[in-house]
Design a protein around this ligand. Structure first.
Ligand code: AMP
Length: 213
């Protein structure tokens, strides 16, 4: 089973991926996490990606596609995968279909978490991320039990550079211009299921699981 999670930055893709990964026993692959790893390790890709990411722009298609195709070839995703943050452009969606087709696989469902623009701005500007495993909190809507510390693994929480107000606004602009067409791509293929993302985390998760039934 190959599931794609679609939605703007701040829509809850990361949080919901973690829940779905556990409930469905599938591998969660986030293109943003993979790129942040490359930056941390200082790889060639990480160095090139850095300037795009800090501006809030998309990393060029050919680089991201190559990274994801390589990840899809690993044995741990054979049984199922939740793709989060990819595809983000029409060419990425087409490249994914092509890569899967050569293996006799296809996207089974594209789950779209829909959240309004104003809500997204508020969510992104207060978002806190766990430095160790990427667990997500919010200063106001989902604070950790101890300020600055992840409830799950005790790691430090930080604000991602690209969650700062100006870059976050730019990322939303990029999303509405370049990524929204991807939603139409899957709608036309009949694999899109839309969920209202402005509900409790638990209710959104339930609606997503219902989509898969
Ligand atoms: P995310 O963690 O999904 O919000 O991604 C953080 C940043 O990584 C984005 O703002 C982009 O700069 C880059 N990125 C992640 N996924 C992609 C993608 N599929 N295509 C291009 N750039 C991406």
């Amino acid at each position: 089973m190959i599931i794609i999670l679609l939605g703007a930055p701040g829509a809850g893709k990361g949080t919901q991926s973690e829940i779905l990964q556990e409930r469905l026993n599938m591998m969660h692959v986030s293109s943003g996490d993979l790129l942040r790893e490359h930056r941390k390790r200082g790889t060639e890709l990480g160095k090139v990606a850095e300037s795009y990411m800090t501006r809030g722009d998309l990393v060029p298609d050919d680089l991201v596609i190559a990274m994801i195709v390589e990840r899809l070839a690993a044995p741990d995703v054979e049984h199922g995968i939740i793709l989060d943050g990819f595809p983000r452009t029409g060419p990425q969606a087409a490249a994914l279909d092509e890569a899967l087709d050569t293996k006799g696989r296809r996207v089974n469902a594209a789950l779209y978490i829909n959240v309004e623009h104003d809500v997204l701005v508020n969510r992104l500007s207060g978002r806190l991320t766990c430095r160790l495993a990427g667990h997500i909190y919010h200063e106001v809507f989902a604070p950790p039990r101890v300020p600055g510390i992840c409830d799950i693994d005790g790691a430090e929480l930080y604000q991602r550079d690209d969650d700062k107000r100006e870059t976050a606004a730019k990322r939303l602009e990029v999303y509405f211009e370049q990524t929204r067409p991807v939603i139409e791509y899957y709608r036309e293929r009949g694999s899109l299921c839309e969920v209202n993302g402005d509900q409790s985390v638990e209710k959104v998760a339930q609606d997503l699981v219902d989509c898969l039934r």
